[in-house]
Design a protein. Sequence first.
Length: 150
Amino acid sequence: MTDLIKNIGQIWRCGNLYRTARYDALGIGSYQDSYIVNVCAHPGITQEALSKLIFVHKSNVARQLGSLEEKGYVTRKTDDNDKRNLLVYPTVKAFEALKEIERVNEEWDALVLGGLTDEERKAAEKLIGKLAENAGRLIEKEYKKEAETK
């Protein structure tokens, strides 16, 4: 593993610790914030589509959504058009939490990017964006392989 990938992993893990500490009042962990953000952005999304959107295994998505449903952040309903699909909707509580999640994420970004010039920020964003695109394409290929073998 290259130092670049190790450093990206370290930043991600540190960000998770930071966010989890600040989400205490919400009763969620750092891994659940992306679910709330994306369900609020895509009300009625299927669990499978959410899984692909955030690059998390379907079983983990089901488990996390179950936890968020128990906490009152989302509701899940069977799709009338396809009974195999569960549609996920945000609650008022999710939209209220979204404001705090966005605030904490902005705070983390400002802290971790502190000391970088605008030019350095843009360059880092561009390079990391390319890495994310590459990673996403690789996973999409894996999804396709998996679907073809079923």
